[in-house]
Design a protein around this ligand. Structure first.
Ligand code: ADE
Length: 269
């Protein structure tokens, strides 16, 4: 995959994309990341990328010309052919569709991904209407610009690329993954397919840290009990922190029993 990030702050990306899994994925040739400086597509002495809004009002608006020329220089296919050519141009803005794991999985299927970072009070609407294929927000809050959002999306997408994460099964076990293992009707094949739930709690040594003990079941060696405990804990945590996620998934008979056990631990006996 080739990712291009279009920004007025190219130095911003020196840090976030040069560590851990992303750095290794770049070194392994799984992904190439280029950061494109919008100011290189300006023609005036001050390298102006913004202007006042038509109709008046506060703040400045990112001009369309540098953004169009920067993306055009990347020589993608025409907009109507991009999906078929496995290319996507994404505008980051708080007005976009909300990003989640399923959008990350969709974007992980493309071969060329362009992330346009918005700035100032906004981006000229023609960028979203005629240049970008989709507009994405990473959440219901306003950042000072799209750079952090682009880094978030690049990270979430890259770790889904085959070979990026050492143990591929582990990306499937994480919170939110609702892939094949979790297809509605099939039920999760194991507690590891978190099936759209939050992940279960993890522990490592020591078993007793300052008197805080690891749940006994995890050191019992009883794999059936461990599986049930993990599934029950994932359900409990989801119910407590993100009950909205439970609406979107099909619970098995066992899940319902485990949820009931959470409500009434005596039922587990
Ligand atoms: N730019 C500013 N806020 C943003 C958000 N929440 N998501 C994506 N881009 C943004």
């Amino acid at each position: 995959m080739q990712i291009d990030i279009v920004t007025i702050f190219p130095d911003f990306f020196r840090g976030p994309l040069e560590h851990g899994i992303i750095r290794r994925a770049c070194e392994a040739g799984i992904v190439t990341i280029a950061v494109d400086d919008l100011r290189e597509f300006t023609s005036d002495r001050h390298r102006t990328v913004d202007d006042r809004p038509f109709g008046g009002g506060q703040g400045m608006v990112l001009k369309p010309q540098p953004v169009f020329e920067c993306v055009e220089a990347l020589e993608l296919r025409p907009r109507e052919e991009r999906a078929r050519a496995k290319q996507a141009v994404v505008l980051l803005s708080p007005q976009g569709h909300k990003f989640d794991q399923s959008v990350a999985a969709e974007l992980a299927m493309v071969e060329r991904l362009v992330l346009i970072c918005g700035r100032y009070e906004g981006v000229d609407e023609r960028v979203g209407m005629f240049l970008a294929d989709r507009e994405i927000s990473i959440g219901d809050y306003v950042l000072s610009g799209g750079e952090l959002a682009a880094a978030v999306i690049a990270d979430a997408v890259i770790r889904l690329l085959p070979g990026a994460v050492g143990n591929e099964a582990s990306t499937r076990q994480e919170s939110f993954f609702a892939g094949r293992d979790a297809a509605p009707g099939r039920g999760p094949s194991s507690t590891c397919g978190s099936g759209g739930l939050l992940d279960y709690p993890h522990y490592t040594r020591p078993a007793d840290f300052r008197g805080m003990r690891v749940p006994e079941v995890l050191v019992s060696g009883n794999h059936q009990d461990i599986r049930r405990w993990r599934r029950r804990s994932a359900l409990a945590k989801t119910l407590r922190n993100r009950p909205d996620l439970l609406d979107g998934i099909e619970l098995s008979e066992e899940d319902r029993r485990l949820l009931a056990e959470n409500a009434d631990p005596a039922a587990a006996e």
